[in-house]
Design a binder for this molecule. Sequence first.
Ligand code: C2O
Ligand code: CU
Ligand code: CU
Length: 582
Amino acid sequence: MSGISRRRLLQAGISAGMVGTLPQLFSSVAGGSSPTLEKFVQSLPIPEPRQPDGRRRGALSHTISIEEFSQNLHPALGATTLWGYDGQYPGPLIEAKHNQRLAVRFDNSELPSEHLFAVDERIGGTTAENHPGYDGSEPVPAVRTVTHFHGLSVAPEHDGQSDMWHSPDGQTGPRRTAEWQELPMNQHRLTSTYHDHTLGIVRLNAYAGLVGLVALTGHRESKLGLPAGEYDIPLLIQDKSFNEDGSLSYPERWTPQFAGDTAVVNGAVWPSLEVEPRRYRFRLLNGANHRTFGLRLASESGIGVPPLYQFAPDQGYLESVVPIGPGGDLETLVLQPFERGEVIVDFASFAGETLVLKNVAELPYRGEHSGSDLEELLQIRVTDPTSPPHDPSIDPQRLTLPTHQTPQSADATRTRSMDLGVSVADGLVTYQLNGYGFGNADGVVRPQRDTTEIWELQNTTSGSHPIHLHLVTFRVIGRGPDGTDPPDPNERGHKDTVRVAPNETVRIAVRFDGYTGQFPWHCHMLEHEDNKMMLRFEVTDDEETGNGNGHGNGRGNGHQKGRGNGHDNGRGNGHGKGHNNV
Ligand code: C2O
Ligand code: CU
Ligand code: CU
């Protein structure tokens, strides 16, 4: 077993029965040994909104460069070489109002031809031989990127899917057809991210810094009385490990659960935020590769803490505001990778106090909140002015939230059972969905457009996985061993990523509206996504190609039909194009 304990493997989600047969699998598992850095000595950076460059066919346009650059992430740490959108880490905040269309293009031509990290060629998508759909006429370039806007409803060719990559010298992945990504921004509202999505190296590209923020503001959002302007603060929470010289540390060989030993919030190591004794809105985003954050406030003097009043899950609003913290409806706000939660915190009675945003989720995460190897994330210092600040924002306990109909299980026309599993092939652990790895055409299921389905996500591994579907939002209708326990109070709303614990079945009602074509669904732990834990669904208008033998294992019938025009208000050339590349 070469230095890797049985416990470690079990923690990594590998079942007991498999352990005995495993050859040496990992050169490194979680952790790191970063230089010791003093906490809370720098202030929290706030990402600036990006001004559009102009207009393109009525949409506000952005051309964003992807660059290698260096940045100081802590005053005592040498400069860190990073990759970033617009040469920034994290990338700039991209804002839009409901229905304000955007067109975004990413220019990576200035990236070097060598990757910042070692590429593990055992992982599918990294060579011409193991890249599904790639014609193999040229080697797969080590440096390639594609950017996905997480949680947005867009046509497949604008969705930034894993095999739509391009390289600095202009090579392209098999399903890349559009340079400009057209984003209708027609959802109600969300705070989310745009991030790299490249097949086989997403964990490396995102870890290098390719993550930025998106905020789509709803019609009524500004009228709700939420804290606004400088009192509205995004917190992109990540973990990293560093070498002595300040460079990022990441294992050379693929590992199922990389986690950093240093907290980075909005691109700064262990920052500190000064707040006034009044209400703030925080947009919390887990941008880590693998780590789950279980968030709660703690006070240094032990005087108690204000609740986190959560009003929004991944998208839209919750049915009602959920107080989180001691005595609240939940003790901890759990965010798995790329889940989001928006909260109001009232510091009014904490003038002069120092609080800390803490993480109590165990690593690897299986639902326990008893403490973490990476506990402190962000310090919050409340000022003590002579007179209390003017605060026009609403008391979160009196906040009434707009309702947007979520997908209803009563409307479901079929149920699919979807298995989250793991196996070992050629000495490599691979995670699988329904027994398939990414690229397997038999694994494609075909929901019909404008129908609702229930997906039963059954986790047979020993770790929790955040399962994300592109294009759609869903409602969590049940969890627990049989999928019949109620969802958590803070997941009663529009979700696009959901936590599935070991031995748990999470039942979701999904409405497939918007676009036809192929979209991925995958585990959002980037190491798992890279190593096959991703499949496609194809939304179809065609009743004949339909739904395979769906119930039970959700397998499609594998029959492909090319389709072209006419989807979604005439927008749609070529949505069916990727089929023979699967
Ligand atoms: Cu946030 Cu398929 O991704
Ligand atoms: Cu996504
Ligand atoms: Cu996973």
